[in-house]
Design a binder for this molecule. Structure first.
Ligand code: 3PG
Ligand code: MG
Length: 388
């Protein structure tokens, strides 16, 4: 079902109004600086819209999984792109309230990592209340985290009148299209961990005509088919659960791969058939035949959905992922893609503008594709239903 949320454009009064924006600030950090500000760039239209109307913009979000991590590098990256940005070392309490009170219309305040407080991840009502106290209105723009039951996702919308940011609204529109694909349709799922991908695979088999399973995820499938996968990364998934997918006519798997012994350098990898992996070898990337097949499928498709790398990206096995990115970019298909390594590949190739939509969500994108909604979206809808 189509989701209809009121967005920032529907907020009746903005001038001089403190607005709390839950933003996608979880960016990769290298040497204390943001390595890629993709998510930040995507939320900027929401922030600029609010600031241009004279709102006092209070941005909050999280960074990483370690609660001691700081959002300061993300604040610095934002300050390079927008004027009048300041940082508060506290996200709740008197100091945070004072920083919010000190804002002038059009100013932007970035609050420190919400996950410094257990109350955020535990969705503690007292923490949600503290956060909500900073503003009169709440805006959700963190699509990437909207699958989490955290205070800034589901707690605050219970307290404040809530609206969707422009990014969240666009993600929902585009991923709705991904759930109603024009045919011929092709879904490609890579990455690892069968258990986390099982629900989305089930859904995709019902929505898409062809589903290609690649990356380490494919190893589980090859194993279930009875092939030797050597020392390849497998997720120890329940064999029966994987086997249940094998009967599906729409399932496509890699036919060949780059494989190598443990810790061997990239150049020592050999190309071989997936039916021919030695006991001491690991599958590390999609092979040339598989790349070619995917390119042909992409040429014929009207809709392509892609999430997750085809190879062991962090150890340099990027060829399969990049070949697929190029093939999709060159196809005439409506293309919707997402996931960290997928985005890295696309950005490294400089071909982002050839994709119809690049989602800022990894896990959130998969969860939305599975359920057609997310807890953070439902929370906004409920808040809006209360107001009427
Ligand atoms: C992500 O990068 O997956 C989102 O920002 C959510 O972060 P999390 O997986 O740590 O909850
Ligand atoms: Mg995640």
């Amino acid at each position: 079902m189509k989701i209809k949320m009121r967005t920032v454009a529907d907020i009746p009064n903005l001038h001089n109004v403190p607005i709390l924006v839950r933003a996608p600030l979880n960016e990769p950090i290298e040497n204390g600086e943001v390595a890629n500000d993709f998510r930040l760039r995507r939320t900027i239209p929401t922030i600029e819209f609010l600031a241009s109307k004279g709102a006092k913009v209070i941005m909050c979000g999280h960074i990483g999984r370690d609660p001691s991590e700081t959002l300061q590098p993300v604040y610095r990256a934002l300050a390079k792109r927008l004027p009048h940005v300041s940082f508060s070392g506290e996200s709740i309490g008197e100091r945070a309230r004072a920083a919010a009170r000190a804002l002038y219309p059009g100013d932007i305040l970035v609050l420190e990592n919400l996950r410094r407080h257990k109350g955020e991840v535990e969705n503690n009502p007292a923490f949600a209340k503290e956060l909500a106290q900073l503003a009169d209105v709440f805006v959700q723009d963190a699509f990437d985290t909207a699958h989490r039951l955290h205070a800034s996702i589901v707690g605050v919308p219970d307290i404040l009148p809530s609206y969707a940011g422009l990014l969240l609204a666009e993600e929902v529109r585009q991923l709705f299209v991904a759930r109603t694909p024009a045919r011929p349709s092709l879904a490609i799922i890579g990455g690892a961990k069968f258990s986390t991908k099982e629900p989305v695979l089930k859904e995709l088999f019902s929505l898409y005509e062809k589903v290609f399973v690649g990356g380490a995820l494919a190893n589980d499938f090859l194993l279930a088919k009875g092939y030797t996968v050597g020392t390849s990364l497998v997720s120890g998934a329940d064999d029966n659960a994987v086997r249940a997918f094998l009967v599906n006519n729409s399932l496509l798997l890699p036919v060949d791969a780059y494989m190598a012994r443990k810790d061997a350098p990239r150049e020592d990898a050999r190309v071989g058939d997936v039916t021919n992996v030695a006991d001491d070898e690991a599958i590390l990337d999609a092979g040339p035949q598989t790349q070619k097949q995917l390119a042909q499928l992409s040429q014929c498709a009207k809709t392509i959905l892609w999430n997750g790398p085809l190879g062991h990206y962090e150890s340099g096995f990027t060829e399969g992922t990049k070949a697929l990115a190029l093939a999709i970019a060159q196809s005439g298909a409506h293309s919707i893609v997402g996931g960290g390594d997928t985005i890295t590949a696309i950005e490294e190739l400089g071909i982002a503008e050839h994709f119809s939509f690049i989602s800022t969500g990894g896990g959130a994108m998969l969860a939305f594709l599975t359920h057609g909604t997310l807890p953070g979206i439902e929370a906004i809808l409920q808040s809006q239903a209360q107001v009427g």
